[in-house]
Design a protein around this ligand. Structure first.
Ligand code: F6P
Length: 319
């Protein structure tokens, strides 16, 4: 293994830069050439590739986003796209790839692996929706951003005696809502994994109001559907003025937390170590605080299990 390529694909996640830094520096430490592939799989299709050195990754460990840039690439999902990528891999003499991203990115990596390319994947997505790993890089930074927003919204919620819905990202996964809701002391958390019970939310608003509670924070995961419809139902049933804040892409940016940087650094290092020791087709993850690696197919087939126990705790603590 002489030449390693690294790319970031799909939605960016805070901590991707720390992982890129670890990949680049571990490669150089081990005397391998390291190439940065730009804009995700697009760069593999059009040869947007540049050699990296120690200073390419200076001053990025604390920055959100990805210095290699990212994209969602539909052409890469086609056979024609894969063949184009295989040509570019050959032309640039790439012996192995480190691929950073979420589920969709991993599926692209699997296609490359099945075509014989040595790949190792690192889970980077704010959604934390991958079953084989306890956490994905970027998740805790997004949770931190949401908790900060909840605290601010709680101030105005109290001042006006309103109910406030905070809509968070996560696609079909409710983890951002669950973790941020618990840490932010939300009164109600609505996630796709649990059948929504708006009457229960309303009951809490009314009971809270009756005992003099002024604010009411509802964290709602985007996978639920329309936050404004939920707000209308709550207003109709409780008479409480209800506002909606959709946090959107603010959750994708910002300085990565130490935990995300530490995971990213360890995973980036392991990715290169695996390639250099001829262990391919792997996905790196974290289980019970240990950095692990599993076969990419196994990672893609692992079902994400929602933490119902944690959800129950949020209900007990918000009575
Ligand atoms: O997968 C990360 C994510 O931020 C999801 O939470 C969200 O649904 C989606 O990406 C948004 O995608 P885009 O940035 O393409 O609008």
């Amino acid at each position: 293994m002489k030449t390693i390529g690294v790319l970031t694909s799909g939605g960016d996640a805070p901590g991707m830069n720390a992982a890129i830094r670890a990949v680049v520096r571990t490669s150089i430490y081990n005397k391998a050439r390291i190439l940065g592939i730009k804009q995700g799989y697009n760069g593999l299709l059009n040869g947007d590739i540049e050699e990296m050195n120690l200073s390419s990754v200076a001053d990025i460990i604390h920055r959100g986003g990805t210095m290699l840039r990212s994209a969602r690439c539909d052409e890469f999902k086609t056979e024609r796209g894969i063949n184009k990528a295989l040509n570019i891999i050959q032309v640039f003499g790439i012996d192995g790839l480190v691929i950073l991203g979420g589920d969709g990115t991993f599926r692209g990596a699997k296609n490359l692996k099945d075509a014989g390319v040595p790949v190792v994947c690192i889970p980077c997505t704010i959604d934390n929706d991958m079953g084989y790993t306890d956490y994905t890089i970027g998740f805790f930074t997004a949770v931190e951003t949401v908790v900060d927003a909840i605290s601010k919204i709680r101030d105005t919620s109290t001042s006006h005696g309103r109910a406030n819905i905070v809509e968070v990202m996560g696609r079909e996964c409710g983890d951002i809502a669950l973790y941020a809701g618990l840490a932010g002391g939300a009164e109600s958390i609505i996630v796709p994994e649990i059948e929504p019970d708006i009457d229960e939310v309303c009951r809490k608003i009314i009971q809270g109001r009756n005992r003099g509670k002024l604010h009411h924070i509802i964290v709602l995961a985007e996978g639920i559907g329309n936050a404004y419809q939920v707000a209308k139902e709550i207003e109709d049933k409780t008479g409480a003025e209800t506002r909606v804040t959709i946090l959107g892409h603010i959750q994708r940016g910002g300085t990565p937390t130490s935990f995300d940087r530490i995971m990213a650094s360890k995973m980036g290092n392991m990715a290169v170590e695996l390639l250099l020791s001829n262990q391919f087709g792997k996905a790196i993850g974290i289980k019970c605080n240990q950095i692990i690696n599993v076969d990419l197919d196994e990672a893609l087939n692992s079902e994400k299990v929602f933490d119902k126990q944690m959800y129950e705790i949020t209900k007990i603590l918000s009575i």
